[in-house]
Write a protein that binds this ligand. Sequence first.
Ligand SMILES: [Zn+2]
Length: 93
Amino acid sequence: MAKKTLYNGAYVRVNVDKPFRRDVTPRDWYDIAKDLQKDILRHCDGIESSSIEFDTDDVCEFCGDDWTEGDSPHNGGCCDEDAKVLEAIDKMA
Ligand SMILES: [Zn+2]
């Protein structure tokens, strides 16, 4: 049996401009996306549904480096503060 791909839908992804403010909360992102969603639905035909979704990145809370350690409570010692977490965990083991 060979695999066959059926096309049963399509969507258009619209990325929201990042606000110029430095600290943008998830609520800010949501509010901006919601306003854009309302404008799109007001002006476009042929939309069955729409949703607001977020792109996220996991980073170290202390230094902002990319998170590389999966579900671990530390990030491999990426910075002094994270290294303290790693050291505390090692002492418990
Ligand atoms: Zn770090």
